[in-house]
Design a protein around this ligand. Structure first.
Ligand SMILES: [Zn+2]
Length: 328
């Protein structure tokens, strides 16, 4: 379980939370908003662990009974709301929150509730929660996390302190992956670049065999397509079409490759390239391809993506795309 000091980025939120803890002026309801992989769970856990820590500092001590209990997921005053179905219903909110909150904390001055993916609450459930957070017992703190806050009722939103998570700079994520996770340089670079500033997603990429494989397949294709025979091109069509579940990720990677080539052709700058470890190949492609050709490829790629979504003639569109890529 992460402590505040282990979290990369999100300084504003951490600062806000630690200030509140220092002054013992925590709000009754917080809403963490951010995409999957942005760090909502880490922040919620670090906050709960610190608030419940017997030492009362702005970082959890990690040694007291309370810290040990939070770490093992057994703190009686840290209640994680469990969702067993696709939605979180009013029954669950009544049982796990509204009636439970009437019971005083067992061992700490506070009782913390965490509702992850709060947008999964039905409207009825949100209204039930609203009643509780409108008049909460003094010791109660509610932590909600969402990836899309517009799915919450305005009345619920207005009761919460909104804490939006922000993307973290690629360089920081790369450094973190290399130093704390032992990820090799080139992989740390790609994983960080493709993560869109989401540390959790970057870690997932760096540890995923599939991502490494996909990147290798795509690089092989874009680098060698000009030398391939028609038969080899068709083999590639089959290879990608056969992996339909991950076809979207392949297309995205191909698209990012050609964006790099376009960017390099236009600016001759290495900064901002996602495939900077393949600079020689990027530069070569930028040299021999025209802007029209690159634009054509990007358009063809968009079309294949559309067809993939609509589930029609995917293989044909893919074939056309690869032929476009081959024809310089
Ligand atoms: Zn402690």
């Amino acid at each position: 379980m992460a402590d505040f000091k282990d979290i990369i980025g999100q300084e504003q939120i951490i600062h806000h939370m630690q200030n509140a803890i220092r002054q013992k002026k925590m709000s009754h309801a917080y809403l963490l908003c951010g995409e999957a992989g942005s760090g909502k769970r880490l922040l919620a856990e670090a906050f709960a662990k610190t608030v419940l820590c017997e030492e009362g500092g702005i970082e959890a001590c990690g040694k007291c009974k309370s810290c040990k209990q939070t770490e093992s997921g057994n703190h009686p005053d840290f209640r994680v709301v469990v969702r067993e179905k696709a939605t979180l219903g009013v029954k669950e909110i009544r049982e796990q929150v509204a009636s439970d909150v009437q019971i005083k904390p067992y061992s700490s001055p506070y009782k913390i509730y965490w509702i992850d993916e709060a947008e999964k609450m039905t409207e009825e459930a949100q209204n039930a929660l609203l009643k509780t957070i409108e008049e909460p017992p003094e010791y109660a703190i509610f932590l909600l996390s969402v990836s899309r806050q517009e799915l919450l009722l305005q009345t619920v939103l207005s009761r919460c302190v909104l804490l939006p998570l922000h993307p973290v700079a690629t360089e920081r994520i790369k450094k973190f992956l290399m130093e704390k996770k032992g990820v090799p340089d080139y992989l740390a670079h790609s994983a960080a670049s493709f993560s869109g500033g989401l540390v959790g997603r970057a870690v997932q990429y760096a540890e995923s065999e599939t991502f490494i494989e996909q990147r290798k397949d795509v690089l092989h294709l874009v680098k060698y397509i000009d030398e391939m025979t028609m038969a080899e091109v068709m083999e590639n069509v089959k290879l990608f079409a056969g992996k339909k579940e991950s076809a979207g990720e392949y297309l995205e990677l191909i698209l990012l490759w050609y964006r790099d080539v376009l960017l390099y052709k236009a600016t001759k700058k290495v900064d901002g390239l996602l495939f900077s470890d393949e600079l020689e190949a990027v530069a070569m492609q930028a040299g021999k391809r025209s802007f029209e050709n690159l634009q054509g490829i990007v358009e063809a790629l968009e079309q294949v993506k559309q067809r993939l979504k609509a589930n029609v003639n995917f293989e044909n569109a893919l074939e056309l795309l690869l032929l476009y890529m081959k024809e310089v």
